[in-house]
Design a protein around this ligand. Structure first.
Ligand code: HEM
Length: 497
């Protein structure tokens, strides 16, 4: 026992020595940035919502500044043109080392989000192609989403004009189901315990990582040394539980797969594993199966909470801005006569709807720092030598709320994305909710289809009213991996009954 404590103490001292004396960033001609203290750097200066601090520092230090968060050297990029340049370079397309949180937990990295170089390219290319073939942007995906839209509308009708408090959960289950049907062929009932359990496990694990001041992210070696105290033990357990959910369809599909008929993404992935003989491939043997489970986890985590949270924000905005809601409903009626549901093919004819989706993505900015990249080698940019392993953060919140770019960023105004006559949707280069460059979101087109089909068909059917007797937190979010609305109630009043 005593020797255990001594070993732990010794390890902490070695770690401290390393951080204070040896882990100095190797910047040459470093960009400006706030000064910090030894060991922790700028960690104690951070707001619990990091983007608030990053936004403040962008105003002080300009579009490129450096920060040190314990062991991490970070470059924060607050100009959208620079984000585009930096994220299009392969030298800046790495990821932070999340081996400790990898689903498979065998000390290696798997799947798409956490990997880099050849395996990332192989898996990313394959996944995008297969999901397109299976449905991304195709009728089968639209059918799958519409099944869920119709079920959701049925459920909202059953609330009979009473306030609905679990809008976010209802949307999440619907979005998960549409995706899971394509990935694994499984469609759950909306009150299915397995699906709800899986969602809870994943969220609990990832929210746990943020708790405790980010020790697990910034000082993983300390977190692992004291798993109980840091919460790492619990997170690891939740991740293992979630991984069991991901492994189940893989095991089941191996038993039921037929050579000549691919039912879903899992089947085609297994087929790829079967024909792969190159041991260095991401699809080879057991590694291939691990990558399949991890990729399912990536799609689930990257694709479901993001989409349903954006839709939840949209429900709040529509209920808080009735004029916007009326214009939105008028456009839906002008295209469908309210006698049929909307379809994805209506989208190009609905500029106000596109503008509303764009403004929702800007105003909610659910990933205010995007997903961090890592410099995989020393690389020069704008006269600075960015050292290998620097973590690169796109200051998306600052970019989406920069008055120099948007004029009145604090106002929710879809018309900023329309031509002066209101007839044409205008893209804006500074809107980067799905990031940009080599690691740009792989599910953007699916996310956009989801946002369009859910929002238009809900608004066609219901008048969306904010429940004045329920909680009202304005547009405040709670601390989570993405910016999520605090509890709210909405009344769905049937317009077509
Ligand atoms: C409103 C919804 C969504 C938003 C706002 C969003 C946003 C993002 C962002 C900011 C990134 C990081 C890109 C980077 O590292 O530079 C990302 C990556 C990713 N997204 Fe999405 N996403 C959404 C929906 C989806 C959907 C529906 C899927 C698929 C089912 C998906 C799959 C992925 C994957 C696999 C990556 C990792 C790409 C890589 O590391 O190479 N996302 N997303």
């Amino acid at each position: 026992m005593v020797s255990g404590v001594l070993v732990a103490l010794g390890a902490v001292l070695v770690g401290l020595f390393y951080f204070v004396f040896l882990s100095k960033p190797r910047w040459k001609n470093a960009p400006p940035g706030p000064s910090g203290i030894p060991f922790l750097g700028n960690l104690l200066q951070m707001d619990k919502f990091q983007h608030i601090t990053f936004n403040k520092w962008a105003k002080e230090y300009g579009p490129l500044y450096k920060v040190k968060l314990a062991s991490l050297n970070m470059l924060v990029v607050s100009d959208y043109k620079m984000v585009k340049e930096i994220f299009s370079e392969s030298a800046f397309s790495g990821r932070m080392d999340f081996t400790d949180f990898d689903f498979i937990m065998d000390g290696k990295l798997h799947g798409i989000i956490n990997t880099e170089s050849e395996h990332w390219e192989e898996l990313g290319r394959f996944t995008l192609r297969q999901l397109r073939d299976f449905g991304f942007g195709k009728n089968s995906m639209e059918d799958s989403i519409m099944l869920e839209v119709n079920d959701l509308i049925k459920g909202l009708k059953a609330a009979n004009g009473k306030p609905v408090s679990n809008v976010k959960e209802r949307l999440l289950l619907a979005v998960v189901n549409a995706l899971w049907a394509i990935c694994t062929g499984i469609r759950h009932k909306h009150n299915d315990r397995e699906l709800i359990g899986m969602t809870e496990k994943a969220n609990k694990a990832f929210e746990g990582i943020l708790e405790g001041g980010g020790i697990m992210l910034f000082m993983p070696w300390v977190a692992k040394m004291f798993p109980k105290w840091s919460g790492y033990g619990l997170v690891k357990q939740e991740l293992l539980n979630f991984t069991n959910f991901l492994r189940k369809p893989v095991t089941d599909h191996k038993k039921t797969r037929q050579e000549d008929f691919d039912r879903d993404f899992t089947d085609v992935f297994l087929k790829e594993i079967q024909k792969t003989t190159d041991p260095s491939s991401a699809f080879h043997g057991q590694l291939g199966e691990d990558n399949l489970a991890a990729t399912l986890g990536d799609l689930y985590l990257a694709g479901t909470d993001t989409t349903s949270t954006t839709l939840s924000w949209m429900m709040i905005y529509l209920s808080k801005f009735p004029d916007v809601q009326k214009k939105f409903q008028a456009e839906i009626e002008s295209i469908t006569g309210n006698s049929r549901p909307t379809t994805v093919s209506d989208r190009p004819k609905m500029p106000y709807t596109e503008a509303l989706i764009a403004e929702t993505l800007r105003f909610s900015t659910i990933t205010p720092q995007g997903v961090q990249h890592r410099a995989i080698k020393d690389q020069e940019y704008k006269g600075y030598l960015i050292p290998k392993d620097t973590v690169i953060t796109a200051n998306v919140f600052h970019i989406h709320f920069d008055p120099k770019v948007w004029g009145d960023p604090e106002t929710f105004r879809p018309s900023r994305f329309l031509s002066p006559d209101g007839k044409t949707f205008k893209k804006h280069e500074a809107l980067i909710p799905f990031s940009t460059g080599r690691r740009q979101c792989l599910g953007e087109s699916l996310a956009r289809d989801n946002l369009f089909l859910f929002a238009t068909n809900i608004a066609q059917r219901f008048e969306i009213l904010f429940d004045k007797n329920g909680p009202d937190n304005g547009f405040e979010s709670k601390l989570s991996f993405i910016l999520t609305p605090k509890p709210f109630n909405v009344i769905f009043k049937d317009r077509l009954a």
